[in-house]
Design a protein around this ligand. Sequence first.
Ligand SMILES: Nc1nc2c(ncn2[C@@H]2O[C@H](COP(=O)(O)OP(=O)(O)OP(=O)(O)O)[C@@H](O)[C@H]2O)c(=O)[nH]1
Ligand SMILES: [Mg+2]
Length: 323
Amino acid sequence: MRFVDYVKIKVIPGKGGDGIIAFRREKFVPKGGPSGGNGGRGGSIILKVDAQLHTLQDIRYHRIYKANRGKHGEGSLRHGKKGEDITVKVPAGTIVKDLHNGEVVADLQIDGESIVVAQGGRGGRGNAEFATPTHQAPREFEYGREGRDRELELELKVLADVGLVGFPNAGKSTLLSRVSRAKPKIADYPFTTLTPNLGIVKSGAYSSFVMADIPGLIEGAHKGKGLGIQFLKHVERCSVLLFLVDANDEDPAESYRLLFEEVKKYSPGLIQRKRMLAITKMDSFVGVPKMATFEPVELFPISSVSGEGLEDLIKALSTSISE
Ligand SMILES: Nc1nc2c(ncn2[C@@H]2O[C@H](COP(=O)(O)OP(=O)(O)OP(=O)(O)O)[C@@H](O)[C@H]2O)c(=O)[nH]1
Ligand SMILES: [Mg+2]
C-alpha cells in the first residue's frame, strides 16, 4: 500500500475575445481601409509541478479553476489582450486523468514541468483580416471561440519523507498530532494506531514534509510479530527514519538498540536510511535519561506536551530531507 490522495477539479478556460468591424478615419480620406482588430485568446488553465508541495491538500479547498476571457479587438488594428492564464501548482508525481474518458492526460514528475489542460478559446478575427485586393471594405468578423471545460482527477501517490518508528505507546501519534494538522487516535495503551497516519509538517514559510505515523513495533517484529512490521515497508522510501523512545523506559538506550535491531533484521537496506532518535515525554521525566547509545545518532529530547525540542527536531528533519 502507498498512500493515495485524490482530488477532482473542474477547469474552465476563458472564451476568446471577439474580432470587430472598424474602418480607418483619416483627414481628407472619406473612407479608410478596414481596421478592426482581432479578439485576444481566452486564458488557459495550466498545471505546473512545484517541488515544495507534497499533497493535493490545497487543491482540495479550491476545486474550480476559471480563466478570464480574451478582450475584444478594437479599432486602429488594435488586437484584444489575451485572457490571463491560471497556473495550478501540483506536487511532483501527480497523475492527471480526464474524468470523462478515463484517459491519462499527464504524469507530472519533474519540478517546473507543466501542461496546458484547458486551452483558452481562440480570439475572433477582426474585419481587417478579411481584406483582399478585390474586397477592400470587408464587413466580416468572427466571434471569439469557447474553450472546452474539463473535469479532471488528480491522483498522487504520497511517499512519506519521515517515518516514525517506536514501540507501542512511545508517543508517535501524539508527536504527529502536535506538529501537523493530522488527528490520529491517541491513547494510554499500546497498539492504539492500527493503520498508518500521515501528516504534513510545515517546516518554514514555503516548505513542508510528510510524516508517517505507523503502528508500534514489538520485539520479534521482523519475524512478523505485531502489526507495525507490515507497515515498515511503507516507510521504506522515507528519507529519514525517526526513532522514538520513551524517556521513562528503564533503559532508553537499550530500547533504541532493540528497535534498531528489529528494523535491521527486517530490512538491512532500510536501516541504512538517515536516522534520528527522539527521546519522548521529557515533561514527565525527572532527571537525565541514560542516552549512551550503542551507535552515534543525532539525539533530540522532546515533549509533545510542553513543546520542548520540537522546533529543533523539525529543523533537523527538514534539513536532512533536503540533503
Ligand atoms: N506526558 C507526556 N505524555 C505523552 C507525550 N507524548 C505522548 N504521551 C502519552 O503517551 C500515550 C501514548 O501516546 P501515543 O501517541 O498514542 O503513542 P503511540 O506511540 O502512537 O502508540 P501506538 O499507536 O500504540 O503505537 C498517551 O497517553 C499520550 O498522551 C508527552 O510528550 N508527554
Ligand atoms: Mg499511535
